[in-house]
Write a protein that binds this ligand. Structure first.
Ligand SMILES: *[C@@H]1O[C@H](CO)[C@@H](O)[C@H](O)[C@H]1NC(C)=O
Ligand SMILES: *[C@@H]1O[C@H](CO)[C@@H](O)[C@H](O)[C@H]1NC(C)=O
Ligand SMILES: *[C@@H]1O[C@H](CO)[C@@H](O)[C@H](O)[C@H]1NC(C)=O
Ligand SMILES: *[C@@H]1O[C@H](CO)[C@@H](O)[C@H](O)[C@H]1NC(C)=O
Ligand SMILES: CC(=O)N[C@H]1CO[C@H](CO)[C@@H](O)[C@@H]1O
Length: 385
């Protein structure tokens, strides 16, 4: 069978490529400009280049040509791709889609890197004004205003159809589901996988779990007693066997105010290796792979060490095939996507809140650059190996 010989060939290649085959960064900004508690619809549809933007092409050049990374996670907001008045499904805002596709095509076709398509919606749709907590949970049958699981499948069918012939895209089903039944996340993941495969798109899919898809809590209940991700998230069916688990892992302080490991603290106190141990065992037991598509750390020696420890751990455990740090992006300005004001974003050429060099000159240089594998995947359809 063709698929069998292809799989054999791919697994041979993987011994040459090494374990981590995707390494890169979050490109954030496509989801910006809507946060306004109590003002539903604020910032929609928004102005390209003002309220939101996807990438600065010169930045992509720096990362690909000089840093030799091969992976960019590019965020967008579902309520912009599919205006709420259209209803979730296959009718898109073509202007927003074209702006997004231009960024994806630049990364993949012009620069030859892989792009992870990231609907940045916490598995919610219709009100991003207080993300991550606002908006109806997709597939909540008790909420008449919620989009259905079937609609979510149609949305993914349409999105995948538009990228089906681009080997370098990766489909991320959704950013950080949380506070919803874990079984419903599985059902939504399955609807997305079905939609993508029925559209004829063969590329790698990343499936998230509950609790903001946190690796540290993979085998624990999250929210108000929602089942652990480990109970359900392995139960998907992908006819092409090209789906991996999407994991986010923050290294900053864990306390009650920091409920989502969102990383609003400077100091790193959460060790990646021990926090990921339960997930690693589960991945091994279920013969699954994972990509850590968000992590980060501040501008201090302590965090540099924690980042280094985690990236070393990922490369030493072959269930992990990739990572991308949070975050660069063209409109972060001097804001810090994580950590303290002395960190700033990872966008080259920007400064931090204090007017000093940002994380591209500090965190990236100290803790990321030394960990970029030499043998990243450069060709072929995005896959598990
Ligand atoms: C589509 O998106 C663009 C911005 O990308 C916006 O100017 C336009 O108003 C949007 N159209 C609808 C129907 O939302
Ligand atoms: C589903 O909708 C009902 C009715 O609005 C609401 O009470 C419940 O909290 C929702 N469930 C989730 C997981 O958001
Ligand atoms: C989850 O994984 C951790 C780390 O390996 C382990 O200590 C813990 O016992 C596991 N918990 C459950 C409920 O399996
Ligand atoms: C894009 O990035 C380049 C290189 O860092 C920088 O010189 C330029 O100012 C950036 N453009 C915008 C609009 O941010
Ligand atoms: C840790 C972190 O900064 N995560 C962020 C990933 O991107 C989105 C969009 O800006 C944030 O909401 C998350 O908190």
């Amino acid at each position: 069978m063709l698929f069998g010989s292809l799989a054999a060939l791919l697994s041979l290649t993987s011994t040459v490529l090494g374990k981590i085959i995707y390494a890169g960064i979050n490109e954030s900004g496509g989801e910006f400009g809507v946060f306004a508690p109590g003002q539903k619809g604020f910032g929609l549809p928004g102005r390209f280049g003002v309220d939101f933007a996807f990438i600065n092409k010169s930045t992509i050049d720096i990362f690909v040509d000089q840093e030799k990374i091969n992976f960019f996670r590019v965020t967008f907001l579902m309520e912009r791709m599919v205006p709420v008045q259209f209803g979730l499904g296959s009718r898109f805002n073509e202007t927003y889609f074209n702006e997004y596709a231009d960024a994806i095509n630049y990364i993949t076709r012009t620069k030859g890197a892989y792009a992870l398509i990231d609907p940045h919606n916490y598995m919610r749709f219709n009100d991003p004004s207080q993300q991550p907590f606002s908006g109806s949970v997709i597939g909540n049958t008790s909420d008449p205003t919620a989009a259905t699981t079937a609609q979510f499948g149609q949305f993914w069918h349409e999105l995948a159809r538009r990228f089906a012939t681009n080997p370098k895209v990766v489909f991320g089903i959704n950013n950080e589901p949380h506070d919803m039944p874990t079984e419903l996340i599985l059902q939504n993941n399955q609807a997305a996988i079905n939609g993508i495969r029925q559209a004829g798109a063969p590329q790698l899919i990343l499936a998230p779990g509950n609790g903001f898809t946190g690796g540290h809590s993979w085998n624990q209940t999250t929210g108000a007693g929602d089942a652990p991700s480990s109970d359900f998230i392995n139960k998907f069916v992908d006819p092409l066997h090209n789906t991996a688990i999407d994991v986010h892992e923050k290294l900053m302080t864990r306390n009650n105010a920091d409920i989502d490991f969102s990383g609003s603290h400077d100091e790193c106190t959460q060790p990646g290796p021990s926090n990921l141990a339960g997930l690693t065992t589960w991945l091994q037991q279920n013969k699954l792979k994972a990509v850590v598509s968000e992590f980060g750390g501040g501008n201090n020696q302590n965090c540099f060490q924690f980042i280094d420890d985690m990236l070393s751990y990922l490369s030493a455990n072959d269930v992990y095939i990739g990572w991308s740090i949070w975050a660069a992006g063209p409109i972060w300005g001097d804001n810090s996507p994580c950590c303290g004001p002395d960190t700033g974003s990872l966008e080259p050429g920007n400064v931090n809140d204090m007017g000093q060099p940002n994380a591209f000159q500090t965190v990236w240089k100290q803790a990321i650059r030394p960990n970029i594998p030499k043998n990243l995947k450069r060709n072929g359809v995005s896959s598990l190996n």
